[in-house]
Ligand binder design. Structure first.
Ligand code: ADP
Ligand code: MG
Length: 217
């Protein structure tokens, strides 16, 4: 594998571009998941938001990883209606702010950014693990990232571990009853469906891992 050597603004931008491509490819799937327990707009919401974020990055050409993430977050907040816009927007903004003005994103910096994203989502949405939300993908991903780093893994392997944990976490939402967000209005009828937001979180983290380990096209 040809992993990246330096994680800078260009790398982080490549992540957002890759995430946009994959979200576009998964749009119908995300729509179907949201049709089952929500209002069928999650795929369209994310495509609109990430396309706008790619456009904002092309316009402003941010020079640091932190600035890239803050730009993405601000764009998502302003362009995505629904719960996921403010939640993802806050996640990216908090992650970006944590990184300050560093030109290079270190492995530990990425760990702090992921933690800040999770804290931002939970601070805004008050969901805990088991509530059948994006937290069920993001929280195990953050844990897996830290565990991998503690075990000596490099940034690409740690990101892959995070992505794998997020995917597992998203699948684990199927038997859960939603306690937060629109799906919670369904009560027990929300059981048996995978949460759209947890699924998109896993997709976004898989895009990150693929950029860092060099497997993204
Ligand atoms: P909306 O529910 O407003 O239509 P989306 O369909 O874009 O917005 O996003 C739905 C997703 O948002 C859910 O699948 C869930 O993962 C996430 N979500 C909703 N409420 C919360 C919350 N309070 N905390 C964390 N995530 C949430
Ligand atoms: Mg929806």
């Amino acid at each position: 594998m040809r992993g990246v050597l330096v994680v800078d603004a260009t790398t982080v931008r490549a992540w957002i571009e890759r995430a946009t491509t994959v979200i576009e490819a998964e749009q119908d799937h995300l729509t179907q998941l949201d049709a089952a327990i929500g209002d069928a707009d999650h795929g369209a919401n994310l495509v609109r938001g990430f396309r706008a974020a790619v456009g904002a990055l092309a316009d402003s050409q941010p020079g640091t990883p932190g600035e890239v993430l803050v730009t993405v977050g601000t764009t998502l907040v302003s362009k995505v209606g629904g719960a996921s816009g403010p939640l993802y927007g806050t996640a990216f903004r908090r992650a970006g702010k944590t990184l300050g003005t560093s030109v290079e994103l270190t492995p530990d910096g990425l760990g702090q950014a992921l933690q800040a994203a999770l804290d931002g989502v939970q601070g805004l949405g008050a969901a805990v693990e088991g509530d059948k939300t994006m937290v069920d993908a993001l929280a195990p991903a953050v844990r897996a990232y830290h565990q991998a780093r503690d075990a000596g893994d490099d940034v690409a392997r740690a990101a892959s571990a995070a992505a794998a944990a997020a995917e597992k976490g998203a699948e684990a939402t199927i038997p859960m009853q939603a306690l937060k967000g629109r799906a919670s209005y369904l009560g027990p009828r929300s059981v048996g469906h995978q949460d759209p937001g947890a699924t998109s979180t896993a997709i976004i983290l898989a895009a990150l891992a693929s950029v860092l380990d060099g497997t993204a096209p």
